[in-house]
Write a protein that binds this ligand. Sequence first.
Ligand SMILES: *[C@@H]1O[C@H](CO)[C@@H](O)[C@H](O)[C@H]1NC(C)=O
Ligand SMILES: *[C@@H]1O[C@H](CO)[C@@H](O)[C@H](O)[C@H]1NC(C)=O
Ligand SMILES: *[C@@H]1O[C@H](CO)[C@@H](O)[C@H](O)[C@H]1NC(C)=O
Length: 216
Amino acid sequence: MADTDQQVHPMPQSYNPQSKYDQESATTNEAKELRRQKQKKWALYIIAFIIFQTGIIVLFTFTVMKFRTPKFRVRPSSSFDTFDIQPATPSFNMKLNAQLGIRNTNFGPFKYSNTTITFYYKGIEVGSATIRKSKANFRSTKKVNVPVDLVMPTTIASNSDLASDLNSGILPLTSQSKLSGKVEIMFIFKKKRTANMNCTMEVNTSTKALQNIRCK
Ligand SMILES: *[C@@H]1O[C@H](CO)[C@@H](O)[C@H](O)[C@H]1NC(C)=O
Ligand SMILES: *[C@@H]1O[C@H](CO)[C@@H](O)[C@H](O)[C@H]1NC(C)=O
Ligand SMILES: *[C@@H]1O[C@H](CO)[C@@H](O)[C@H](O)[C@H]1NC(C)=O
């Protein structure tokens, strides 16, 4: 019986390798699980990186790569050299040193061609000047000074509105221009842009200055 007992006894011993095998399979399972976790982590890193990269690209597209139309306007620092108004005739003859501003908010220069600026009094052209081709730098406002002779053509000088405007001390004017050029971003990306000027302003005849300049 003891023999058989002894014969039976090795059973757990023969069982031991089995449990060892189970342990081994458990460790390989653990290793697999670890590898899976690692792969999952890497996949998450890659996804996070792709999202980050996409975000950067989108941000870049909507900021740096965005082509904005520059703003073109008459600045209040414009002044007059000659200032001759005759409410009785009525007529005026002034030399305006117009200071124009070209505001470029792009991440690159705006190169524009020659153009003309025209001033009107109630739709009647009273003066014009040429603006020479140049460029407005990266995120800045270029100031251009152009002398303009503003003369009321005598043919329409009988205009009664003009007499009352000159008597009131306010001469309303409008200016129009169109600045065509190219915005250049990072030296290679170029797009045509046209800055339209459409301003209304008042000449204050007592201060001999421009006031209430409004541009669209
Ligand atoms: C631009 O204007 C200047 C002077 O007003 C002139 O010399 C030049 O030829 C013009 N350029 C173009 C491209 O029209
Ligand atoms: C300028 O603005 C006036 C007033 O809104 C408008 O009547 C006119 O058509 C505009 N001109 C241009 C060239 O945009
Ligand atoms: C002209 O300018 C002066 C000084 O800014 C101001 O006091 C006056 O009211 C202006 N005239 C008109 C008609 O707006």
